[in-house]
Design a protein around this ligand. Structure first.
Ligand SMILES: Cc1ncc(COP(=O)(O)O)c(C=O)c1O
Length: 490
């Protein structure tokens, strides 16, 4: 955003202006071409802004003030668990003993981090009720892909290449079918029933020799616990299939119920959601994968193992699906998760799920008078409202509601997901918000519902108080302009 009142750092640039002073050179000057292969040198100087220290500081401070994060305000972005991340985890992840490590150091010099990785995997196995796993994947979606490769390896080893069908509920996150497809499976969508759940009926027709398995999120993306999970897992196993657990929603049940006890064979977790890493805009993430005993032989290598003489990186898994990351995964996220697990302990983790569920149900009950609630049931950590009636009556969409929330300094919920709810507003308050914040959110949402009736134009024009107003989102996504050129300013 350029302009007289908000000049860009490039517009402030004046030739020769500097924000630093270097000491006089006390060694002979060398031409750049004598230090670096001249073919690698740039032909023209880069066009960098030349500014003093004060302009530079104001530039970055202004940018940071345009940003929004959970440290600034409420962030009820459904399915993303944007909870407050305790700062002690950041401090621990910034310890030089972690940040100065190099992945090619000899094992004997990295015993600390190898020990942390081993202990973290042990703790995550306990939390999920699984046997062991890998920390290599860099995101939830990467974990899903890993899980699907594990399914593939399992069936190939058994000579059951004909098992190609993966069932995916219509409420699933889009990464689920994408991961299954990428790993070479055929995706079959199954429909949620009137409860918003996957029923045994809906999977029964698919229980044949082509079934590889089912991917389920529990609680699902409507925030509802899949009540028939035990019957479904028994039926899928009986038919020779496997169950995959998308752990993006673990925050709702952490410390209370374990995917392993529900019968899942592979689980991925989003450490950046449940286990305290500030994330957004694509990172940073970590999607560890945990497996039941049957799938242990196929886990990625290298694996951190513990022997009498310490921790080692072991490649001895002949049936392994191989590496999923250049080295060992996103180490800083692992450190935060480990610190979080230690500070919370078993009881603290159980409290996380309880409070996340309490907060979501409180908001749901208070908001259902002003917005449609398609599935009016006790929810887990999140729930999905619909702006369908506002659209029919006043032409106000979920997007309008979301944009108006920005004017009140609140990050909007996830909109238009899950796909099975029209004009969806998916709200996840998380356990770290107090009653006052929730009550203010209710008041703002009620006001927005009133505005839809009384002054719909305010909503259509929103946001009005933000540095950037309503944009054409389709155009912005397809033709993003992410850099500035003086020539562009005409
Ligand atoms: C239910 C669900 N599954 C999977 C994912 C994928 O996780 P990631 O964004 O870390 O790849 C998400 C992400 O938001 C999710 O909400």
């Amino acid at each position: 955003m350029s302009g007289k009142d908000n000049p860009l750092v490039f517009e402030l640039s004046r030739t020769g202006r500097r924000g630093y002073r270097l000491p006089e050179l006390d060694v002979p000057a060398r031409e750049p071409g004598s230090l670096v292969d001249p073919r690698l040198l740039r032909e023209k100087q880069p066009r960098l802004p030349e500014v003093g220290e004060v302009e530079l500081i104001r530039h970055y401070t202004a940018l940071s003030r345009r940003n929004y994060g959970v440290d600034l305000g409420f962030y009820p972005l459904g399915s993303c668990t944007m909870k407050y991340n305790p700062k002690i985890n950041e401090q621990v992840a910034a310890f030089e003993g972690f940040t100065r490590l190099h992945p090619l150091q000899p094992e004997s010099s990295v015993q600390g981090i190898l020990g942390l990785m081993y202990e973290l995997l042990a703790a995550l196995s306990e939390v999920t009720g699984m046997s062991w796993g890998t920390l290599q994947p860099f995101a939830g979606a990467h974990g899903e892909f890993t899980g699907m490769k594990l399914f593939k390896a399992f069936f190939e080893k058994r000579g059951e290449q004909g098992r190609r069908k993966i069932l995916v509920p219509d409420s699933a996150h889009g990464t689920n079918p994408a991961s299954a497809h990428l790993a070479g499976f055929d995706v079959v969508e199954i429909h949620s029933d009137s409860r918003g759940l996957v029923s045994l009926e809906s999977v029964r027709d698919h229980l044949d020799e082509s079934l590889a398995g089912i991917m389920m999120t529990n609680p699902n993306t409507l925030g509802l616990f899949e009540e028939d999970i035990l019957e479904i897992s028994a039926a899928v196993h009986e038919a020779g299939g496997l169950l995959y657990y998308d752990g993006a929603n673990l925050n709702a049940i952490v410390g209370k119920v374990r995917p392993g006890d529900m019968g899942f064979d592979v689980v991925h977790l989003n450490l950046h959601k449940t286990f305290s890493t500030p994330h957004g805009g694509g990172g940073p993430g970590s999607g560890p994968v945990l497996v039941s005993e049957t799938l242990l032989p196929f886990l990625p290598v290298p694996e951190v193992v513990k022997r009498n003489d310490g921790y080692h990186l072991d490649n001895d898994r002949p049936d392994s699906i191989g590496r999923l990351s250049g080295f060992y995964g996103n180490v800083a996220v692992m450190v935060r998760a480990y610190a979080y697990l230690l500070t919370m302990g078993r009881d603290g983790l159980a409290r996380v799920g309880e409070l996340a569920v309490l907060n979501a149900n409180y908001l749901k009950e208070r908001l259902k008078a002003s917005f449609d609630l398609p599935y009016d049931r006790i929810c887990k950590h999140e729930f999905v409202l619909s702006a369908r009636r506002l659209k029919e009556r006043f032409g106000i969409t979920a997007l309008d509601v979301a944009k108006r929330l920005l004017d009140f300094g609140i990050h909007p919920p996830t909109v238009y997901f899950p796909l099975i709810v029209q004009e969806a507003l998916m709200i996840e308050p998380t356990e770290t918000e107090g009653l006052e914040v929730l009550d203010r959110f209710v008041a703002v949402m009620e006001r927005i519902a009133d505005e839809a009736r009384q002054s719909p134009e305010t909503l259509r024009q929103a946001p009005g108080n933000t540095p950037v107003g309503r944009i054409d989102e389709g155009l912005a996504a397809r033709k993003p302009i992410v850099r500035w050129h003086p020539e562009d300013e005409s």
